[in-house]
Write a new protein. Structure first.
Length: 387
């Protein structure tokens, strides 16, 4: 008898985690592979959580999150995203990843197809496969500014297409879709009777002052958009694991119901920390965003002076570097060689789907000197390989 299901045996571990583990063995490695903020969780959030624990907020909570947090999220969604939502349309989850998993779990039947961007968030295709779905990639090409091509999307739709996944601000491209693009994606989903799963976890990490985050929910007249948000990167709360989904109709109740067999409920203490993040001072949050913007500008300047093509991010905490001109494929072997030879750890482009070939992703969450030294070492590696 097999010791595991075929889905579990076929699951492919993220290459980013492979690099994470390999780099952890070298305390002097420059860590640019994972989006782990170099900032600690702001002190007022930690202190509020500790006080909540002392007051006894350590038990189970509702499957879909504390009412007190969801009430605060109603205000945040209105104030920041200009989305009108009721408390019953918000589902709090253990991180944005669980929100995505819960959404896919209630939308997909075995064999259903999901349109996924490439380069795109690396866990999505494996998540879809784990739930019995079929990933179908649409390209975000650098030559097109990492924007989706509606003609290509149309050509990919089949009778089994069920969901389209979109991510803006985008990991790994750093692109922020403008209102016209987002409107077109919602209209595309309407025409083809698809659910649009809109990953907007970087909504408050727009780095380019000339642009702004545009939620898909603005254009959702048919109730087919499920929006996903997270506290992880915006508030430097990665380990607290708090995310949330916003949807209409039956979707929120179905997500709350599936939380029970998955995780029971999100952490009560973490939710109390999230409440402090929403009600506390904004200065630490703004300071972190401004620091990421400065690091992005530094990274672009260093890369270009070192002879590497850099794609300046409009948002998120990531940036893509093109190494293809030097013959590098940006795959796992390249990343492992880079770690061995230069002691720099990056996310290989191959992890972001077929559209990531010839690129690597670096994290702007690292300290500025780490970013500068790391990019120069990447340049040295690829130029050595081309010689």
């Amino acid at each position: 008898m097999p010791i595991a299901s075929s889905r579990a045996r076929e699951y492919r571990r993220s290459a980013i985690r492979v690099l994470f583990d390999a780099a952890a063995a070298d305390p002097d490695a420059l860590r640019l592979e994972v989006g782990e903020p170099s900032f600690p969780t702001p002190s007022h959030i930690v202190e509020h959580a500790a006080e909540a624990a002392r007051q006894g907020h350590t038990g189970y909570g509702p499957n879909g999150g504390l009412l007190s947090l969801r009430e605060l999220l109603v205000d945040k969604l209105d104030r920041v995203d200009r989305i009108g939502a009721s408390v019953d349309e918000i589902v709090v989850t253990p991180g944005g990843m669980n929100a995505l998993y819960s959404a896919f779990s209630i939308l997909l039947e075995p064999g259903d197809e999901v349109l996924l961007p490439t380069p795109g968030f690396p866990n999505m295709d494996e998540m879809v496969r784990l739930l019995g779905g079929v990933p179908v990639f649409y390209h975000l090409r650098a030559a097109d500014g990492f924007l989706p091509d509606l003609d290509e999307l149309t050509s990919l739709v089949t009778p089994r297409t069920r969901v389209m996944f979109s991510n803006s601000p985008s990991n790994p491209t750093g692109r922020v879709f403008d209102g016209g693009v987002v409107r077109d994606l919602v209209a595309f989903a309407d025409r083809h009777d698809l659910w649009l799963l809109s990953d907007e976890v970087y909504d408050e990490l727009v780095l380019d002052p000339a642009t702004g985050h545009v939620p898909a929910a603005w254009f959702d007249e048919a109730g087919r958009v499920i929006s996903i948000f997270s506290f992880s990167k915006v508030y430097a709360m990665t380990g607290w694991r708090v995310g949330y989904a916003v949807a209409r109709g039956d979707i929120p109740q179905l997500m709350r119901s599936t939380q029970e067999p998955q995780v029971s409920c999100p952490s009560t203490i973490s939710q109390k920390a999230a409440e402090a993040a929403l009600t506390g001072p904004r200065e630490p949050i703004t300071a972190m965003r401004d620091a990421y913007a400065q690091r992005a500008a530094l990274a672009v300047a260093v890369a270009r002076s070192a002879g590497l093509r850099a794609y300046a991010p409009q948002g998120t905490i990531y940036m893509l570097l093109d190494v293809s001109a030097f013959g590098a494929d940006g795959g796992l072997d390249f990343a492992l060689d880079l770690l061995r030879d230069q002691r720099v750890s990056v996310a290989p482009g191959s992890v972001f789907g077929p559209g990531g070939a010839g690129m690597v992703r670096i994290s702007l969450a690292a300290a500025p000197d780490t970013i500068e030294n790391g990019i120069n070492r990447i340049a040295a590696q690829v130029q050595r390989g081309s010689g």
